[in-house]
Design a protein around this ligand. Structure first.
Ligand code: FUC
Length: 766
């Protein structure tokens, strides 16, 4: 009670920013009606300078609001009198292709440029609001200053492959200022020129990668003039900025990842977009975005007026302590928004920061990280009905294979138990870029974990052609690697030699993480081969290898063992081991080797381990997301919801995950975990509301996806299912479960069925 009133107090108070150095002071107020899927703030992003082990820099990425079209994006800071957009292009990387595992040679994901718009004055402003509306994929800034109300609107159009910004005011002719673009590097090769209404930034990175950004400034009323890399505008009614960016990167190993200089394509894009009206660009953007985002709706209950009145940065901190169902809905949809905004077919996959970056030496290079992170980025893709957004991950993996194969074949760390160099398949290091280059340390079973994503895409979509042409060949190749690399123990069991439970404990044989991931590969490959009706002999061989794999054991305090032998150690494998990774619980989630229904005693051991791991100490934003999904798989809804609250406590003001520093995997992971609380389909059937917490007594969801090509919508009241509508894309039979009740349904392609509960809580179609 005390906490809420303190919060109410700070929310209702007018906020004054008294600033030094000429920035304006600001009087802000809560907006009259923030939309339910809107992040909003009564002040501009106020980045600070921080120093951490990755360097010193500003924290734009913690504060600014992200927009993205899958390839390029911006962080919107919303300054008064001076707007700063940090621009990004997802392929802009330093580093090389053949790096020999050297992190430095692998390079860094780069920030592209700073786009600055000076407008109005530095006088005090009132009624300030900066927001991001997930329902329409638009960011906005508005405030009143000098008797004028200024408004800015931003969106990143996938359809037109540009970023659009529009500046307006409520009196004609009142926009006067300038637009400038600046490279974020001190590289002498970068140049900015302006001509007519166009700004042009071009540069070349040290690895030879050419990059470019063009900004077209359109004005309504007044006049514009270009000089010295700047465009001035004077007395305008409105200004529209069209921003296009690109590099000469291509996801093609045969061309060593380099294609055409981007200039011609960007010029064409700007010309095409420049001939369209703002309204037309916006309408096309919303249509394109909603075709993905609009597939799902979620309602987890109603928040209090006090919670609703809080700006997002303050609200998240309260939501870490007291359930805020509308903010929990928002964080679910934020993961979907972010995935749509940074991972579209034909582009690169989401990296550690999605596609947003405010630094040229970002944390962990803002790379592709293979021991949990890139996988977690894609956990929500299928279940949260964004299957297309999964494909950049597959394309990237496919494009890296020639390099990964070559590096694997030459790696003395990856010799077979007979001491031979690898001759089949590939492995991947924990860090990699998108140009064949890899950094820190082999993650020996990441190949199999990557393969799981290929299988899952098929399992959810039932796209047989994709299975045959893309997923199965890759899975088979990884099986080949493991056929050659497993070691036989004297008792005949098979173990992964010299594995590591990331990033924890010693390297040794038969680590649970490695065993479970290889089991998962073999199990999925057997299913894939059966689904295709092919390779019977190979399938039987893989099935028998799977059945000989050492299975994680249980330990002296009932825990699931993280290593083959229980450690006699004060921390490792002890009840007070709070390490951030829950690697040995892979089999519970995202894997399915352990489940409440099929392996209850191992599920119990996993529960003991999970509870001991706890949520204090070395726990990160992504750890909470994983723990949330693990509790969901154990059907412990209240504990899972507790992890969503803990996740809020590990977010930045803009709700990006805060490891620290900022990291995006947790945003995607929490979306997947919330989906898992509502629907599961890993146990050979569909389970409805398996982990509904008490605090979500009433709600509904539309458009979740289940394995087998099913979609599921549900309503519930008083913590109990009311209706479930199950549709099938490809036709098929499935067992549907709700608590102790089960019903078998068979649907034709395109058909759906409505399920209800009888008086005895049994599922029925009548
Ligand atoms: C893994 C984690 C770290 C961090 C890094 C990017 O290695 O262990 O916590 O998330 O990835």
């Amino acid at each position: 009670m005390n906490m809420m009133s303190a919060v109410r107090c700070s929310a209702c108070a007018a906020i004054f920013l008294l600033t030094a150095g000429g920035t304006p002071s600001l009087q802000a107020q809560a907006p009259a009606n923030p939309g339910p899927l809107t992040l909003w703030y009564p002040e501009p992003a106020t980045p600070k300078i921080v120093t951490n082990r990755f360097g010193t820099g500003y924290t734009y990425i913690n504060e600014a609001l992200p927009i993205g079209n899958g390839k390029s994006g911006a962080l919107v800071t919303g300054g008064i009198g001076e707007e700063l957009l940090r621009l990004n292009e997802i392929s802009l990387w330093t580093g090389d292709d053949k790096t020999g595992g050297d992190d430095k040679k692998m390079g860094n994901y780069q920030a592209l440029a700073d786009l600055t718009v000076r407008v109005g004055s530095t006088n005090p402003a009132s009624g300030y609001r900066r927001d991001l509306d997930l329902a329409s994929s638009k960011a906005g800034v508005s405030y009143t200053q000098d008797g004028l109300t200024f408004r800015r609107e931003y969106f990143a159009s996938h359809e037109a492959d540009i970023i659009v910004g529009r500046f307006s005011a409520d009196h004609p002719g009142s926009l006067t200022g300038s637009v400038a673009v600046k490279d974020t590097r001190t590289d002498p090769s970068a140049s900015v020129t302006s001509e007519g209404s166009l700004l042009l930034l071009r540069g070349t990175l040290t690895n030879g990668m050419a990059y470019e950004s063009q900004v077209l400034v359109r004005h309504e009323g007044g006049e514009i003039s270009a000089h010295d890399g700047v465009i001035d505008f004077k007395g305008c009614n409105a200004i529209t900025l069209l921003v296009a960016a690109g590099t000469d990167y291509v996801m093609d190993p045969a061309r060593k990842f380099r294609g055409e200089n981007p200039h011609a394509a960007i010029s064409k894009r700007i010309k095409t977009a420049g001939s369209r009206s703002y309204e037309d660009l916006l309408a096309a953007h919303e249509k394109d975005y909603l075709a993905l985002f609009g597939r799902m709706t979620l309602d987890l209950g109603i928040s209090s007026p006090e919670q609703r009145a809080l700006p997002t940065d303050k609200r998240r901190l309260v939501a870490a302590k007291v359930t805020d169902p509308e903010l929990e809905r928002l964080i679910f949809q934020y993961g979907r928004y972010l995935l749509i905004s940074c991972s579209r077919p034909g582009g690169l996959p989401a990296n550690l920061q999605g596609l947003w970056n405010d630094s040229n030496t970002p944390a962990w290079h803002s790379d592709y990280h293979a021991n949990i992170n890139i996988q977690m980025n894609y956990w929500p893709a299928e279940v949260a009905n964004l299957s297309e957004c999964h494909t950049p991950f597959f394309d990237l993996v496919d494009s890296q294979l020639p390099y990964w194969r070559e590096a694997t074949a030459g790696a003395s760390d990856l010799k077979t138990p007979e001491g031979k160099l690898t001759s089949r398949g590939w492995a991947v290091r924990t860090s990699h870029n998108a140009m064949g280059g890899m950094g820190w340390k082999w993650d020996k079973t990441a190949n199999a974990w990557y393969a799981r994503h290929f299988w899952e895409h098929y399992d959810f979509t039932r796209d047989a052609q994709y299975l045959k042409e893309t997923a199965y060949p890759l899975m088979k190749e990884v099986c080949g690697y493991w056929e050659d690399h497993l070691k036989t123990l004297p008792d005949g069991r098979l173990v992964v030699p010299d594995g590591w439970s990331p990033e924890h404990g010693p390297q040794e044989d038969g680590v649970s993480y490695s065993q479970e991931i290889v089991w998962d590969l073999f199990n999925n490959t057997v299913k894939a081969s059966a689904a295709l009706g092919t390779d019977k002999e190979f399938r039987d061989k893989i099935a028998s290898l799977r059945d000989r794999l050492a299975v994680p054991g249980t330990g002296s305090w009932g825990q699931l063992l993280e290593w083959m032998q229980e450690k006699k150690d004060p921390v490792l494998d002890a009840p007070n081991d709070h390490h951030r990774h829950t690697s040995h619980l892979f089999a519970l989630y995202p894997g399915n080797q352990i489940s409440v229904q099929e392996t209850p005693s191992l599920a119990k051991a996993a529960e003991v381990s999970l509870k001991a791991r706890g949520d204090v100490g070395d726990v990160r934003e992504w750890s909470f997301a994983w723990r949330c999904a693990l509790f969901a798989r154990l059907h412990e809804g209240d504990a899972a919801e507790g992890q969503i609250r803990r996740f809020f406590g590990a977010t930045c003001p803009n709700l990006f995950g805060n490891h620290p520093p900022m990291q995006m995997d947790g945003n995607f992971g929490i979306t997947a975990a919330i989906a898992e609380m509502l629907l599961q389909s890993h146990e050979n059937g569909i389970r409805l509301l398996p982990a509904l917490p008490q605090v979500w007594g009433q709600g509904s969801v539309r458009g979740l996806k289940a394995r087998g090509g099913f979609d599921v919508s549900m309503t519930w009241e008083n913590g109990k299912l009311v209706t479930a509508v199950i549709g099938s894309t490809h036709g098929g039979s499935v067992a549907v479960r709700y608590h102790e009740s089960s019903i078998a349904i068979t649907l034709k392609a395109g058909e759906s069925v409505t399920l209800k509960l009888t008086k005895n809580d049994a599922l029925t179609t009548r």
